[in-house]
Design a protein around this ligand. Structure first.
Ligand code: 6PG
Length: 245
């Protein structure tokens, strides 16, 4: 399936466009008093999104109806500089009126295997299911310059169609243990949105969107939503090689 590309001049404009998706989905859900279940990614890219959500959307989004989960977490405590939850707390959570009960963090400091099992059970109890898979309304993903997404790395593509919904994985360069949603869970989401910015992603994005060279080795190549392609929200720098086709 060809991914749906949305290309903007700057990282800020790209992040603002993703903020609009969150706002419109939250409004849609609120109409029927239903929660909006979102899974967030970590890394650096989301920081711009979180900054815009705080500065421009704090009073627009019905945070009471937003429930936040994580796509993946590094197996470190939340106070660790590499913690995805820690980054999200500092950038977003402490600055918006989202109820504590709406925040479902992966416990990075726990035993990884036990936490993967716990989080899988939590998704089963907290989310509606589709084809017997816990279903998120929206999953926000980033992509590494090696084509990984979530903590599904090129050396373990089997996680894309695992029988599990949440597993542990290991970063191939740093050997850091991770907890991650599997492709099984991600691909069952109602909507999947990649937020990718910066020139370091341009080569891999070109391969993925144009099915070139190593695209079959890139986990992000296999990501879609329950009903169709993933949405790629890109700045011009990340889309540079796609644009010159
Ligand atoms: C993580 C993320 C990961 C991230 C990519 C891109 O825990 O690192 O979930 O999948 O989205 O590595 O990271 P950057 O946004 O820092 O480029």
């Amino acid at each position: 399936m060809k991914p749906n590309l949305h290309i903007f001049d700057t990282p800020e404009e790209t992040a603002r466009a993703v903020s609009e998706i969150i706002l419109s989905k939250a409004k849609e859900k609120t109409k029927h008093s239903n929660p909006l279940n979102i899974a967030l990614s970590g890394g650096n890219t989301p920081k711009m999104l979180f900054e815009i959500l705080v500065n421009e959307y704090e009073n627009k989004i019905p945070w009471y109806f937003v429930r936040l989960f994580w796509v993946d977490e590094r197996c470190v405590p939340p106070t660790h500089p590499e913690s995805n939850f820690g980054m999200t707390y500092e950038s977003l959570l402490k600055n918006v009126p989202i109820p504590d009960n709406n925040i479902f963090r992966m416990i990075g400091e726990a035993d990884p295997e036990k936490e993967a099992k716990r989080y899988q059970e939590l998704l089963i109890t907290q989310l509606p299911s589709s084809k017997s898979v816990p279903q998120f309304d929206l999953i926000l993903l980033g992509m590494g310059d090696d084509g990984h997404t979530a903590s599904i790395f090129p050396n373990d593509l089997s996680l894309l169609d695992s029988e599990q919904f949440v597993v542990t994985s290991i970063h191939p360069v740093t050997d850091q243990k991770r907890i991650t949603l599997t492709g099984t869970t991600i691909n069952q989401a109602e909507e999947v949105v990649f937020l990718i910015t910066g020139s370091s992603k341009a080569e891999v994005l070109d391969q993925i969107t144009n099915h070139k060279l190593d695209f079959k080795n890139h986990p992000a190549s296999y990501i879609h939503s329950q009903s169709g392609s993933a949405q790629f929200y890109l700045d011009k720098a990340a889309a540079a090689k796609i644009l010159i086709q």
